[in-house]
Design a binder for this molecule. Structure first.
Ligand code: N01
Length: 551
């Protein structure tokens, strides 16, 4: 465990915010709005979080820009124009910079500073937060706004360090333009959302592209393209009404295109018609009102497989690019209008790892069970230690010195996706058991940060006790999370990062609350309205004074 030594007894600030993505920027702003002193830490050199690091060619959000944005400030909503219905990485990072400047929070952030450890002190009821530049900051509340997909998975392939060529990760792509793939032999490992976006871009430059695919993914048409200006105007007309309306939906966004007929009430021709309409309308996952039924999901899965195969000329490649092993939605589905056609180019080749697995990486390239493929560059699009990974990457200890690693030894536990028993006044937005990656993360960031600061305000109004959830609340929340996951086709039967299955040795537990945004929001605010029945209030042994902020 990291040793934190401090002789200080008074807090340096009220709140420490770690991370400056969607949640972090908004948390810094909220702290100031509520008269709290705040310090922010960011390991990157700029704001953006996931949109700072994942700067690989082709990186783009597949949630529409008019949904994937802040709505807390009317001027911000009206003064930013998106260039595409699904913005690219660079534009989203510029947007986050724009918001951070508008909110005047840059002054509060220490960049290039990683938080290494956080320790709760029972005497003072304060948190000590230790950084990579040697600072130790004492605060009353710690908010880990560190994202769900910010801890890249280390390559679990033998010989990674033996490779003599260049190697890059999509999750930490160099931002200085130094990567030059022109005329090179490039191997890409991984065909999740990142791989599917980067591969067509690499194929435009490289002499040869070899794609190493372990599991095929569903690929449906993208919504990228011109904005629906009428819809954007309607959302902008009253941003606060839009904000409230988002929280009334299942996914935390403007109501999505959806089939208006039920699978069970249609004959074969009607089902085919509904599926074609949904494919063209780019809402294939919701082709039917009852798309959640296993039989409807099976029809959707079959339909997508057929459409995918039609786009690929070589029959062997077409067959292998299609996911046969899991239903649609079991893993996060991907969107692209160009990925599958990329394999029709003569210099692009698919290696199906279940048939010819990688044996090891060698100096000259990648050795499979069938051959050694010579490469100049390897690109790892191999994903993340998702959701719980970023939390466990920080050395956290709470009451009685218990570490988060011990508390989460069997997988993450928490209540309402934000607090953990034994870790008073520590908040974990976008971590496990929240709607997180199965909702609109921008809406979730605002909702969770609002909930956290409304909680802090309640504590301040009630004599500043310390708060942590009851073990029974955590048990209940874990059961609720599993109960809703059971209703989601493929959620509990597919090997995916949703349940930690992509990391060797990681406890298998479905980590996303699928009860819907509306229910989640109502449960959170039910706690505040009823004086936190699911939590325990504690007093610190020595009450510390709150730091007044000079504004
Ligand atoms: O990561 P992934 P990602 N040998 O984990 C393979 C969000 N996102 O960065 O499936 C061989 O999905 C692995 O194979 P398998 C989005 O939420 C959004 O692509 O484990 N292969 C898989 O194919 C997304 O879901 C956007 O069998 C290995 C791939 O690497 C999440 O980020 C864009 C391997 C990893 O796929 C993560 O996406 C990008 C090995 N040893 C990301 N290890 C948009 O909004 C791993 N793989 C569009």
């Amino acid at each position: 465990m990291t040793e934190i030594q401090s002789t200080k007894t008074q807090p340096d600030c009220d709140v420490v915010v770690v991370g400056s993505g969607f949640a972090g920027i908004y948390a810094l702003w909220q702290a100031r709005q509520r008269g709290l002193s705040v310090k922010g830490f960011e390991r990157g050199s700029d704001v953006g979080g996931t949109w700072y690091w994942n700067a690989y060619p082709g990186a783009r959000c597949d949630v529409e820009s008019y949904n994937y944005a802040y709505f807390f400030d009317n001027d911000i909503v009206r003064d930013w124009d998106w260039s595409d219905a699904c913005a690219g990485q660079n534009e989203i990072q510029r947007y986050l910079r724009f918001v951070a400047e508008r909110c005047d929070v840059l002054k509060d952030i220490s960049f290039n500073t990683k938080v290494l450890a956080a320790r709760y002190d029972e005497d003072s009821g304060l948190w000590s937060v230790q950084t990579s530049v040697g600072d130790t900051v004492l605060c009353r509340y710690t908010i880990l706004a560190i994202g769900a997909l910010s801890d890249p998975k280390a390559p679990d392939i033998e010989g990674v360090d033996d490779f003599a060529g260049e190697a890059y990760f999509t999750s930490s792509w160099p931002k200085d333009g130094s990567v030059d793939l022109r005329g090179k032999r490039v191997g890409v490992i991984g065909t999740g959302s990142s791989g599917i976006q980067v591969i067509p871009e690499i194929a435009k430059l490289a002499a040869e592209v070899t794609v190493f695919q372990r599991t095929a993914n569903y690929v449906a048409p993208t919504s990228a393209g011109p904005m629906d200006q009428q819809l954007v105007s309607a959302l902008r007309a009253d941003p606060q009404a839009t904000r409230r309306a988002f929280r009334e939906t299942y996914g935390g966004h403007t109501p999505m295109g959806m089939g208006d007929e039920r699978f069970l009430e249609l004959d074969a021709a009607g089902r085919e018609r509904a599926l074609r309409r949904a494919w063209d309308g780019k809402y294939i996952g919701l082709a039917f009102r009852d798309a959640y039924l296993p039989e409807a999901n099976a029809a959707i899965s079959d339909f997508i497989r057929q459409r995918m195969q039609e786009q690929v000329e070589d029959p062997w490649t077409a067959e292998h690019l299609v996911p046969w092993d899991h239903p649609y939605g079991g893993k996060r589905p991907c969107q692209s209008d160009v990925y599958l056609q990329t394999f029709n180019q003569l210099h692009v080749r698919l290696i199906a790892l279940p048939e010819t697995p990688i044996e090891r990486i060698v100096a000259e390239g990648i050795k499979t069970s069938a051959e050694t493929i010579p490469l100049d560059v390897i690109i790892y699009a191999t994903g993340f230690d998702a959701i719980s990974g970023p939390v466990l990457a920080i050395d956290i200890s709470g009451l009685s010195g218990k570490s988060m690693k011990d508390a989460w030894a069997d997988g993450p536990v928490n209540y309402l996706g934000t607090m953990v028993h034994g870790f008073p006044n520590l908040f974990l937005p976008s971590s496990a058991m929240s709607p997180s990656v199965l909702s609109n993360m921008a809406t979730l960031a605002e909702q969770q940060i609002d909930f956290i600061f409304d909680t802090i305000e309640w504590l301040d109004q009630h004599g500043r006790p310390l708060l942590h959830p009851l073990p029974a609340s955590q048990d209940h929340w874990r059961k609720e999370t599993l109960r809703y996951a059971e209703r989601r086709p493929g959620a509990l039967t597919t090997k995916s990062w949703y349940s930690g299955a992509n990391i060797v040795g990681k406890p298998r537990l479905f980590m996303v609350y699928c009860g819907g945004f509306k229910r989640y929001n109502e449960t959170c605010y039910g706690e505040i309205e009823n004086d936190f029945p699911g939590y325990e209030l504690l007093e610190s042994r020595r009450k510390s004074d709150r730091v007044r902020v000079s504004k």
